[in-house]
Design a protein around this ligand. Structure first.
Ligand SMILES: [Zn+2]
Ligand SMILES: [Zn+2]
Length: 467
């Protein structure tokens, strides 16, 4: 008997976690951290809806924390099996899981200080840096497109390219149950064609069931090309005023994409020669991981590399590591570009750069990623005229520009096209939508229905079905 159970990213976008059972064998697809409201997420991430020691195997789609971030927790709670993923995902997790532990520690330092004053009990992180490092020993990396055995040659799996971030994969599961073959496809996070650097997403064929993400089920993105024109305009304009361009970035993918695009604009003489600082030690290490994984690159990136035009190691590019180097950027008085983390301006070195530059009207703050509510990044996007940084008020005299073209997720049209292709051979029986807000999922269901694709549901947490 084969069953599927939905435990995370059900009618929401974080905490990806789905369980496949064949008789007593339990296989987890992703073990992501739920993010969002602190208290609710705390409960969820700590308390698994099954016994961690009873799970036999985990397959991880990609390194983002909402898919990988609870792996150290499940291991600390007794999970003993392997974690299968692609080679690049393993190398990214080597950096990102310990970083996740560090971020939790820092976050709790602040929260616990407040709680201690109020006489409340103190929170503990989900796991320590040591536990995160320990969990990495369970990772077993596999090639894209090659079947590997999960259990007794009755459960097998292989990865396909998801085109979402470096190393991101979709999963095909083949289960033999009493002589019957069941094939399940899982998209993880489905990317888009023409994202810089990484290879485009593959298609899926010959599957019985599809677990499909639906983040942008009801919305579409503008093509990346339009972003190039906007960025070159913004940079030229700021340069002519003698200002600096500050770009808050996520350290995985977005930072490298921006470097790639700046490089392209330099090469094509669309922007003047100026220094580009990448002021984030994590972004530097992650960029090094990128360089190790040319198997994930698209043809354009491979061609650049073949011609010795590596976009990550230009003369005009400076990675800064020490705090002194970071501070020295402030003394640099010519126009320049500064990339720094975190991407939503909640913490990290970006705060120092904003503090030092936000009141100068020659400067530009360029927002290139999603900004959640209640973050400093969101306040800037919302056009607030004064913002608090390190507890002090600063006037927003710098220009703020927002570029939304870079989403790493398939848009609504891409999802419909992907599902239509998967359906073409007539085998696909049912589609489970996950990793999306209910409104987005509803629009996608209606759009699929119009295409005569009817057996689509958006399961709630705890929903289970026999396949
Ligand atoms: Zn993702
Ligand atoms: Zn995700």
């Amino acid at each position: 008997m084969v069953k599927i159970k939905f435990y995370g990213a059900a009618r929401q976008v974080t905490g990806s976690m789905h369980l496949i059972e064949k008789n007593d064998f339990k296989l987890l697809l992703d073990c992501g951290m739920q993010q969002g409201k602190r208290k609710e997420s705390f409960e969820r991430n700590r308390n698994f809806p099954f016994s961690p020691s009873e799970v036999n195997s985990i397959i991880l789609s990609h390194a983002h924390i909402d898919h990988s971030g609870n792996i150290p927790t499940i291991i600390a709670k007794g999970y003993k099996g392997p974690v299968f993923c692609t080679h690049a995902t393993k190398d990214l997790c080597d950096l990102m899981l310990p970083d996740s532990a560090y971020v939790q520690m820092k976050d709790l330092e602040y929260v616990n200080k407040k709680r201690a004053k109020q006489g409340k009990n103190l929170f503990e992180p989900l796991y320590t840096i040591e536990q995160a490092q320990e969990s990495l020993k369970k990772f077993e990396s596999k090639n894209i497109g090659e079947y590997f055995n999960i259990n007794k040659e009755e459960i097998l799996a292989y990865f396909l390219n998801a085109g979402h971030i470096l190393g991101s994969a979709m999963v095909i599961l083949k289960i033999i149950d009493n002589g019957r073959e069941i094939k399940i496809g899982f998209t993880g996070d489905l990317g888009r064609k023409q994202l810089p650097i990484i290879i485009d997403p593959d298609n899926m064929y010959n599957i019985d069931y599809l677990i499909c993400e639906s983040t942008y089920g009801g919305r579409d993105h503008k093509p990346i090309e339009t972003a190039l024109d906007k960025i070159s305009f913004i940079i030229n304009d700021t340069y002519s005023k003698g200002g600096k361009i500050i770009i808050p970035v996520f350290t995985v993918e977005r930072a490298q994409e921006i470097l790639y695009i700046l490089n392209k604009l330099f090469i094509n003489r669309k922007i003047p020669a100026m220094l580009v600082f990448v002021d984030s030690p994590l972004a530097k290490s992650i960029t090094e991981v990128f360089m190790k994984h040319s198997e994930c690159f698209d043809p354009e990136m491979l061609e650049l590399m073949a011609n010795n035009k590596n976009p990550f190691y230009l003369e005009l590019l400076k990675f800064t590591e020490s705090v002194q180097e970071s501070k020295a950027i402030n003394d640099y008085d010519k126009p320049c570009v500064i990339l720094s983390a975190t991407g939503m301006c909640e913490a990290g070195r970006i705060l120092h750069h904003l503090k030092n530059n936000i009141e100068d009207s020659r400067n530009t703050i360029l927002i290139v990623g999603y900004q959640a509510k209640e973050t400093l990044g969101r306040r800037l996007v919302d056009g607030e005229k004064e913002v608090k940084i390190f507890g002090e008020l600063y006037k927003v005299n710098a220009s703020v520009f927002v570029i939304n073209e870079f989403s790493g997720h398939a848009g609504s049209k891409d999802l419909v096209a992907f599902i239509k292709k998967a359906k073409k051979d007539g085998r696909l029986k049912k589609i489970f939508l996950v990793h999306g807000e209910p409104e987005q999922q509803q629009i996608l269901i209606e759009r699929l229905n119009k295409e005569n694709i009817n057996n689509v549901i958006a399961p709630e947490t705890g929903y289970e079905e026999e396949l």
